[in-house]
Design a binder for this molecule. Structure first.
Ligand code: XLS
Ligand code: CA
Ligand code: CA
Length: 437
């Protein structure tokens, strides 16, 4: 069989003293931390679009990366060879999960039946390769933003015929995700937003989007898909304003449409920073409201205002992410999907390995730091103590509705001025730093 990454046999764990660039220094998949293996905690996934379909094109020039699986002039041969190359890459890297958009794995034809035939053909190959390699699908999704029919959105389009086309496409993408045993299905807003309010009826678009998601939740039940449905927040890009702006905006949308029990959130680090939040904030918000589902693990560049989708390397980010995730009970259906792409000058296939090794090691370190913080309990104990009044007599009376404004006035008149207490931010930052070893 053709080998697409002959320069790599497999990526071993060699420990922190290793100088081998093609080895893990921190990610030791079978090692147990807090009762689970690192692989079980982290549930790493490789994304198909950036890893195998992105060739480094940007608005100023075409792709720079030449890939052997992309050589044929027949698009379906390219699709088959790319799928073979992808599974070779997954196996050699040692991940358990992958993610895709429908149009990443099979090119769109000029009519829907032929497009779907192509998808069925490639899905069969994917199912066979999943089996042979013991791989699982973390989630599937539909590309509702590339084709010109979606230029004014899919479900939020002014034309209901575009809504119908998008529904047909999502129906098929959900079916193939189900067929491949997917643990989830993601809705990312694509072009659901606006460029200018001068041509936009926001009330209608919100109603349309709500209807679309209700139909998706119904269809999930109709086909018996057991996976989790997710919405992935993003504030802007490609449109000026995306409706799924942030975790909080998605929460309001789900509540308004009676869908809060049907969906969870897929939090992407770079989208959080574009929304003016930290990755930590978006995770903490999702956890606080029972909405946390999965993660698109990447990073942006704080000096650039767009979605750079770089591989995650910042240990603070990964530590705080894993701390928040572990405190919330860890992943169930979700995982860490590397929605990240090589920089345009990283043109060699081996760069894909370097990028994923660095990202996986960064999260493995984050996991260790998070476990140390949780075992030490210093942060948790501090926070618990800070709010302890809320479990006492006064706090419970307020929360249970036992006492109103007049009762609270009486309490204040009796007890006088409350005693302020330090928030100890610097001490807590030191505790975080000391756990980074
Ligand atoms: C784009 C999104 C996209 C989703 C899947 O910015 O990150 O890749 O994750 O459609
Ligand atoms: Ca993403
Ligand atoms: Ca992104």
């Amino acid at each position: 069989m053709k080998e697409y990454f002959p320069e790599v046999k497999s990526i071993p764990f060699e420990g922190p003293d290793s100088r081998n660039p093609l080895a893990f220094k921190h990610y030791n998949p079978g090692e147990k931390i807090l009762g689970k293996t690192m692989a079980e905690h982290l549930r790493f996934a490789v994304c198909y679009w950036h890893t195998f379909k992105n060739l480094g094109a940007d608005p100023f020039g075409p792709g720079t990366m030449i890939r052997p699986y992309n050589a044929s002039s027949d698009p379906m041969t390219v699709a088959e060879e790319t799928m073979q190359a992808a599974f070779e890459f997954f196996r050699k890297l040692g991940v358990d999960f992958w993610c895709f958009h429908d149009r990443d794995i099979a090119p769109e034809a000029d009519n829907l039946p032929e497009t779907n035939r192509r998808l069925d053909h490639i899905t069969k190959l994917a199912a066979k390769l999943q089996n042979e390699n013991g791989m699982k699908l973390l989630w599937g999704t539909a590309n509702l933003f590339g084709n010109r029919r979606y230029m004014a959105g899919a479900s939020t389009n002014p034309d209901p015929a575009v809504f119908a086309y998008a529904a047909s496409q999502v129906k098929k993408a959900m079916e193939i995700t189900h067929g491949l045993g997917g643990a989830g299905y993601v809705f990312w807003g694509g072009r659901e937003g606006y460029e200018t309010l001068l041509n936009t009826d926001m009330r209608r678009e919100a109603e349309q989007q709500g209807r679309f998601m209700q139909l998706a939740a119904d269809f999930k039940k109709e086909i018996g898909f057991q996976g989790q449905l997710y919405i992935e927040p993003k504030p802007k890009e490609p449109t000026k304003h995306q409706y799924d702006f942030s975790a909080a905006a998605c929460h309001a949308f789900l509540l308004k449409n009676g869908l809060v029990d049907e969906f969870r959130l897929n939090i992407e680090a770079n989208h959080a920073t574009l929304a003016g939040h930290t990755f930590h904030h978006e995770l903490a918000y999702s956890m606080a409201h029972g909405l946390f589902g999965s993660v698109d693990a990447n990073r942006g560049d704080l000096l650039l205002g767009w979605d750079t989708d770089q591989f995650p390397t910042d240990i603070y980010d990964t530590a705080l992410a894993m701390y928040t995730i572990l405190r919330g009970g860890g992943f169930t259906t979700g995982g860490l999907n590397f929605d990240a792409k090589l920089r345009r000058q990283s043109i060699d296939p081996v760069d894909l390995f370097h990028a994923h090794i660095g990202a996986m090691d960064a999260f493995a370190r984050g996991l260790r730091i998070a476990a140390a913080l949780l075992e030490g309990r210093s942060l948790e104990d501090f926070v618990e103590d800070r709010y302890r009044g809320w479990s006492g007599e006064l706090g419970s009376a307020i929360l249970s509705g036992e006492v109103g404004f007049s009762g609270l006035e009486k309490y204040t008149l009796e007890h006088g001025e409350p005693e302020p207490r330090s928030g100890r931010q610097e001490m807590l930052e030191n505790i975080l730093n000391e756990s980074i070893r």
